[in-house]
Design a protein around this ligand. Structure first.
Ligand code: ZN
Length: 347
């Protein structure tokens, strides 16, 4: 039996039956955000509101009209919630996630841009989890992403980018949580910033022989250097955690994402990878869906315009593979047309 605070679909079948229309999705969202006691953000009165027209609440006290998706990533989107929930489900059921192009095909959506934006909203939600600092013994190293695919810099293709990797290596074995950050370089200042941003002070930091780590950890961490040259060990034996994470990250970007990620949105993809890696032991995909929608319900709205806005002079909106309307089809059940009966039922 699920506890009252943890209702989530246990199977694809359950998912489909629970979220067959937008009102059902809205109700789930309401329940996630408010539980049983909805209160008005304007006057604070409790349980004094009633639904009007499905998508809004009206406060009986101050008469304010409140959008049921206000303050969530679903606010002001024209994409039906059934579609957005289905996207969240697809993101969670596959261990590798899903690319925008694959999702567009799977859900039969008209617009690549809409699909891409929807996935990035969820990535923004994922980025809100996993902000805590790593503790205990933490391996830290740098790795490179990109640079293998053709395409000039600044045109969306990912050039060679340095990524800082931090992985907990608990005494019980295996790997703990991971954190990933884009690094400008491997200078002492950059590495120190990486450490302060990802690892709790006084933890043990394990690195390779790069001398910049000595100063970067000084006075803050217990530093263990594993030096490769002359030790007779291979790189992946000295820092197995970062080696494992780096190879999974590369495989994911080249496999599931088909190397389609650009520099502009790399951080969002790192957030998705981190979120998925840190929940890799969760066998219940429905629980991942529940967590993702819960995060989405507390993540501020994010528009396509804001997503492609870029401070550097290289805005690169994704190029849709095919033209299409902005509005995707709804996933609400179609009326029972039974087209295969047409021949029989035609007069
Ligand atoms: Zn009110």
């Amino acid at each position: 039996m699920a506890t009252p605070s943890l209702h989530y679909p246990r199977s694809e079948r359950e998912f489909r039956s629970w979220f067959s229309d937008d009102l059902a999705c809205l109700d789930y969202l309401d329940w996630l955000r408010w539980g049983e006691a909805r209160f008005c953000h304007r006057c604070g009165c409790v349980a004094q509101t009633r639904a009007i027209g499905g998508r809004f609440w009206r406060c009986n006290g101050c008469k304010t009209r409140i959008s049921r998706t206000a303050g969530t990533i679903f606010q002001d989107t024209r994409t039906p919630l059934t579609v957005q929930f289905a996207a969240a489900w697809e993101l969670c059921v596959d261990k590798g996630g899903i690319s925008a192009l694959a999702l567009q095909r799977r859900l039969g959506l008209a617009s690549y841009q809409t699909t891409w934006t929807m996935l990035h909203r969820y990535r923004a939600a994922m980025a809100r989890s996993g902000q805590e600092l790593l503790t205990g013994t933490v391996e830290v190293d740098e790795t490179f992403l990109g640079g293998t695919r053709p395409g000039p810099r600044g045109r969306g293709a990912l050039g060679k980018t340095m990524i800082g990797v931090a992985v907990e290596t608990p005494p019980t074995g295996g790997f703990g949580r991971v954190r990933l950050r884009i690094l400008a370089d491997a200078s002492e200042a950059s590495l120190r910033a990486l450490l302060l941003d990802t690892v709790e002070r006084r933890s043990t930091v394990v690195t390779d022989g790069l001398k910049e780590y000595i100063a970067a950890t000084a006075g803050l961490y217990t530093h263990q250097r594993h030096i490769i040259s002359g030790s007779g060990s291979k790189a992946h034996e000295l820092l197995p955690g970062v080696h494992r994470v780096a190879s999974l990250l590369k495989r994911w970007t080249l496999g599931t994402l088909q190397g389609s990620i650009g520099e502009d949105h790399l951080e969002a993809y790192l957030a998705e990878f981190t979120s998925r890696f840190n929940r890799r032991h969760s066998r219940d995909r429905g629980l991942l869906f529940h967590r993702l929608v819960t995060l989405a319900a507390t993540t501020p709205p994010l528009t396509y315009r804001a997503l492609v806005q870029d401070n550097t002079p290289k805005p690169t909106p994704p190029i849709p593979p095919r033209g299409g309307a902005l509005r995707p089809q709804t996933l609400e059940p179609l009326p029972l047309a039974r087209p295969w009966r047409d021949v029989v039922s035609a007069p």
